[in-house]
Design a protein around this ligand. Structure first.
Ligand code: PAN
Ligand code: ZN
Length: 193
C-alpha cells in the first residue's frame, strides 16, 4: 500500500447537486464543447449573439489519484438544446480498464455508451436508477428533461480520460428532439474507425 489516507465524510446534496468537500470543479460552457454537437452551425449562432451558456458542471471528491482509490462526484446537466440535440456531456473513454456507475439523483436523461466495436447501449436514468458502465465502454450523458439532470458517479481514481476519440469521431448515435419526442438517431457526422 502506497499511502494510508484518513477516512472522510462526504456530503452530497441530491437537489442542488453539490459535493462537500470537493477538490475539482468544472463548468463546461458551449464554446468549449461546441465541436461535440452535431450542428456546430447552431452552436456558432448562439455564440455569435454573445451568449455562452453553461451546458454542464461537475464537482469531485478526490481522496488521492493513486491506484486503489475512488473518485466520487456529481454532475449537473442543464436543460436545453443546440439545434435539435439535447444538452449533453462531451463523453470519453477511460484510458485504463476501469468501470464507473452513474446514479440519477434528479431529473431525467440518458446514459449513452459505445464500445470499440461500435456497439451502442443506452440506459434511461431517472431518480433512483443506476447505470453501470463496464470497462471498455465510452460514455456520455444527455439531459432529455425540462429541469436539471443530476447524477452521482464513482470511478477508479487512476482511470484516466480520453476525450480525443469522441471529439474526432463522435458517437454513432445522437439524441435529438423531434415532434416533441426524444429520439436516438444515427449521427450524420460519425466517423467509423
Ligand atoms: C464523469 C464525467 C462527468 C463530465 O465524472 O467526467 O459527468 O463528463 P465529461 O467528462 O465527459 O465531460 C465521468 O465519467 N468520469 O469518469
Ligand atoms: Zn468516466
Amino acid at each position: 500500500m502506497s499511502e494510508l489516507l484518513k477516512p472522510e465524510k462526504v456530503i452530497i446534496d441530491f437537489k442542488k447537486g453539490t459535493v462537500q468537500p470537493y477538490k475539482r470543479k468544472k463548468e463546461v460552457r458551449l464554446s468549449e464543447i461546441k465541436e461535440y454537437f452535431s450542428s456546430i452551425e447552431d452552436a456558432e449562432k448562439i455564440l455569435s449573439r454573445g451568449r455562452d451558456p453553461i451546458i454542464y458542471e461537475y464537482s469531485e471528491y478526490i481522496a488521492s489519484e493513486t491506484s486503489g482509490n475512488l473518485n466520487l462526484g456529481v454532475t449537473i446537466i442543464y436543460p436545453g438544446k443546440i439545434g435539435k440535440e439535447y444538452y449533453m456531456t462531451k463523453g470519453h473513454f477511460h484510458e485504463k480498464d476501469a468501470a464507473e456507475f452513474y446514479l440519477c439523483l434528479k431529473g431525467k436523461g440518458l446514459l449513452l455508451m459505445q464500445n470499440e466495436n461500435g456497439e451502442v447501449s443506452v440506459i434511461e436514468l431517472e431518480p433512483g436508477s443506476l447505470g453501470y458502465v463496464p470497462p471498455g465502454w465510452g460514455h456520455r450523458t444527455i439531459n432529455t428533461g425540462r429541469g436539471k439532470f443530476i447524477f452521482f458517479f464513482a470511478y477508479p481514481s487512476d482511470a484516466g480520460h480520453d476525450y480525443l476519440i469522441v471529439k474526432e469521431k463522435g458517437f454513432a448515435k445522437i439524441v435529438i428532439e423531434e415532434n416533441k419526442q426524444v429520439r436516438i438517431v444515427d449521427n450524420p457526422r460519425y466517423q467509423k474507425t
